[in-house]
Design a protein around this ligand. Structure first.
Ligand SMILES: [Zn+2]
Length: 128
């Protein structure tokens, strides 16, 4: 038997063993119940991610100087920490803002900044 055949046989045996383990686990009622619970949570998570307002996102602005590629590029990298969605927009600020910096998100950020400033001012006041 060649080395390649040995590897193929080992992979086949591993897959067969995993299949048997899966069948055995599925035959245990508690495991089946937990699998149903996991499926239900995964479906709920998928739905929440699909409807994520991306409130908890960060944007990074990037560019290259054109030293190597002979042309300059500008972009925005965006990632949402809640749902994991991420995108890069090349020189298209409008498209980025339309999806990621909606009026609701801008208002929420402004409210958070005002609350932080107020908290700072109150803490300074209390020290006097
Ligand atoms: Zn999101």
């Amino acid at each position: 038997m060649t080395h390649s055949q040995k590897i193929q046989l080992a992979r086949f045996k591993k897959e067969r063993a995993e299949q048997k383990l899966g069948e055995l686990l599925d035959s245990i009622p508690e495991v089946a119940e937990l699998n149903n619970e996991i499926d239900s949570h995964l479906k709920q998570l998928k739905k929440l991610k699909a409807n994520c307002p991306h409130e908890n996102h960060l944007a990074w602005y990037g560019c290259n100087t054109g030293n190597y590629d002979l042309y300059e590029e500008y972009w925005v990298d965006v990632e949402c920490f809640d749902c994991g969605e991420n995108e890069r927009y090349y020189s298209n600020q409008e498209e980025y803002e339309k999806k990621w910096e909606t009026d609701e998100i801008k208002a929420k950020k402004l409210k958070e900044q005002m609350a932080a400033i107020t908290a700072d001012a109150l803490s300074d006041w209390n020290e006097i």
